[in-house]
Design a binder for this molecule. Structure first.
Ligand code: NAD
Length: 387
């Protein structure tokens, strides 16, 4: 169900993904702020399936009701439209605090609001944790390391952040969120966990928020050029979202209170990621596994979607009928555009601590994760092309 298309329709006899029956003593009441976002919605799925009671708090700035709509009406699930910048009261055992836009496009849209979300929002949630004695987990980020002088980055590294640049609202926002978390921990004995998350990808990423994987997949599916900012030598280590969710739950369940890096050590350059993703889209298209979108000559100018599972010949026939010699989307070029200000040149976590204290390591291969994500975006693209 993680890759359910957005158009899931509920009937009056609604069915839900399978939910475990937990003994009352094992069942937790859990608040997930930002639970309608990309990572949050997967976390909500997992917690629901494990049998817990889940409250989602979200202002839908960068998240969507549709990403959790399959839980609407379930007795263990509640959705609250609210902003973490305002105080909020609920009796819970655990708080996963994820609310904060995560893509540069989204968090730079209103830098002051991003700072308020990180400072006031985190303070409010820590205040709530203190009041109701809940365990609190902060979703921090590798961005707190800034442009790192240490590689790979260990949790003991203090970072190298530009505090006045366009990314400061996010990087410094998360740094103050961490400082607040340890302030409440030392001063008020709040039971805290801090996950420093490295780049993560998967189904339900927003296709237009400018993140690397979604940008490349969507461009390749549409037959557009894959744009690389800079010369393509910057590195990223990409983790599949299901691995991240496992790491967050393991961290919350552990007794470890210092920050823990959650990420993969599969480091590659942005140019290598672009090539891998483009080639994978082509390979899956050639296998007839994903739909092929072609520009049609129809008067209404709508795009035509060639069916999934159609053979190469049928697809070629349709393309000829559509007046195209070669499928649009067959081979996208990789092009280089101006670098983005303060884009970190290298990113790779040292995950020794996660292995030692949580027994966590990523299990999804890049191949499996990227294929699942391509299938998701292909379904989304086909859906929007057919309206
Ligand atoms: P996302 O933008 O998809 O989700 C963030 C969610 O928070 C959205 O649903 C949004 O509507 C909600 N939100 C934002 N501001 C809010 C506010 N003021 N009040 C209430 N809700 C608010 O981002 P994501 O990728 O799911 O990231 C989730 C968390 O993980 C973020 O805290 C982010 O910093 C952290 N993180 C993510 C990554 C990654 O690669 N995805 C990497 C590092 C850290």
């Amino acid at each position: 169900f993680a890759a359910w298309p957005r158009s899931v329709v509920h009937s009056s006899r609604q069915t839900f993904p399978p939910v475990k029956r937990l003994a009352v003593k094992d069942r937790k009441r859990i608040l997930v702020t930002g639970g309608a976002g990309f990572v949050g919605s997967h976390l909500v799925d997992r917690l629901m399936c494990l049998g817990h009671d889940v409250v989602v708090l979200d202002n839908f700035f960068s998240g969507s009701k549709l990403s959790i709509s399959h839980w609407g009406g379930h007795p263990n699930f509640e959705l609250v439209r609210a902003d973490v910048v305002e105080t909020f009261m609920v009796e819970v055992d655990q708080i996963y605090h994820l609310a904060c836009p995560a893509s540069p496009k989204a968090y730079q849209h209103n830098a002051v609001k991003t700072l308020k979300t990180n400072f006031m929002g985190t303070m409010n949630m820590l205040g709530l944790a203190k009041r109701v004695k809940a365990r609190f987990l902060l979703s921090s980020t590798s961005e707190i390391y800034g442009s790192p002088e240490e590689h790979p980055q260990k949790e003991t590294y203090w970072g190298n952040v530009n505090c006045v640049g366009p990314r400061a609202c996010y990087d410094e926002g998360k740094r103050v969120a961490e400082a607040l978390t340890y302030g409440y921990h030392r001063q008020d004995n709040v039971d805290v966990r801090v996950a420093r998350i490295f780049n993560c990808y998967g189904p339900r990423m927003n296709s237009s928020d400018g993140r690397l994987v979604s940008n490349f997949i969507v461009a390749a599916l549409r037959g557009e050029d894959l744009q690389i900012y800079g010369d393509g030598t910057a590195t990223r280590s990409l983790m599949f979202v299901h691995d991240l969710v496992t790491g967050l739950i393991k961290l919350m369940s552990s007794s470890y209170t210092d920050p823990v890096n959650i990420g993969t050590e599969d480091e590659a350059t942005v140019a290598e990621w672009a090539t891998l993703i483009r080639d994978k889209v082509e390979e899956m298209r050639d296998r007839g596994e994903i739909a092929l979108c072609v520009a049609s000559d129809d008067e209404d100018g709508e795009e035509e979607v060639l069916g999934e599972g159609e053979g190469e010949e049928e697809q070629e026939d349709k393309l000829v009928l559509a007046g195209l010699e070669r499928p649009r989307g067959r081979r996208s070029e990789i092009v280089y555009v101006d670098a983005v200000v303060d884009d970190p040149p290298r990113r790779r976590p040292d995950t020794t601590r996660a292995k030692e204290v949580l027994g966590w390591k990523p299990t999804y291969s890049i191949e499996a994760g990227i294929e699942e994500t391509i299938r998701y975006f292909s379904a989304i693209e086909s859906e929007s092309a057919s309206y």
